[in-house]
Design a protein around this ligand. Sequence first.
Ligand code: HMG
Ligand code: MG
Length: 304
Amino acid sequence: MIPSTVRIVDVGPRDGLQNEKQPVATAHKVELVHRLQAAGLREIEVTSFVSPKWVPQMADNAQVMADITRRSDVRYSVLTPNLKGLEAALPTRPDEVVVFGAASEAFSQRNINCSIAESVERFAPVVALAHEKGLKVRAAISCALGCPYQGEVTPDEVENIVRLMKGIGVDHCGVADTIGVGTPRRVQAAMERALKHFPIEEVSGHFHDTYGQALANIYACLEMGIHTFDASVAGLGGCPYAKGATGNVATEDVVFMLDGLGIQTGIALDALVDAGAFISEVLGRPPVSRAGKALLAKREKVAA
Ligand code: HMG
Ligand code: MG
């Protein structure tokens, strides 16, 4: 039995935009968040409190958080790699923070400049302080299906970091295919390891679509009953420390598939397509989303 309802976290404003070389105006980031919430997204990853030297695009983190008009039914999350990040994030009142570790040692070093063990040591006080402030903590497990530096990543390596994250008390475990190399059965094997330590409500999938496998991988998760997924409007993004990796699966494509399966998301596809068209226009390129492009073309045909 596949789930009847799915929760989508749109990570476009963060994972999507972090990778853009051209500066994106704060006002455009804010407008994107507004359009996503108007389309029915109830979880939005807004920005990250990381070093602006490492990721210059996220340097306006506090301003974006200050400028968004919040809805009480939307959860706004931000990335916090260390205490410095959390301390900067707290006054901006996020609902949730994300610590991000990796299943591969090599990626941990390149992305956050420390080993897996050191990263977990750094995350522990972040989790404790976030909990003290009443915030939920999500853990992202990068490179769970493959690493741009190490190559293959095994389910044992995934379970190692999942167990460490559980040990420091994170509330949620997001399994991420940073470079989009996972295929359905391998994804299920990785997910099984997360499900050994976290309840199914607190396990999610984060799939980049580099090799066109993301929807198949989401379907493989649905078959297991997993019902929370990250996606990125217009298929924006990638990780600056995973060269060649394309964006997350496009939210429009995920919603089109889930609508077709009769699975509720609460998201209005037309408004979502508009949000994707908006940010793509800001960036000066067509949306990467296949469903988004098809629906825009269909509208034009009807209007002609
Ligand atoms: P470091 O250089 O080891 O840190 O970087 P440090 O503690 O030695 O500090 C060095 C400098 O950075 C100092 O400034 C600190 O103040 C500053 P300086 O004295 O040189 O002027 N600093 C900070 N500034 C602002 N905010 C902070 C912060 N921390 C230190 N939080 C660090 C370590 C983690 C900071 C760095 O490696 C970093 O910022 N990395 C960010 C990497 C990143 O954002 N990657 C993309 C997000 S992860 C992702 O996309 C994957 C995901 O989507 C899932 C998936 O697909 O896999 C989540
Ligand atoms: Mg990502």
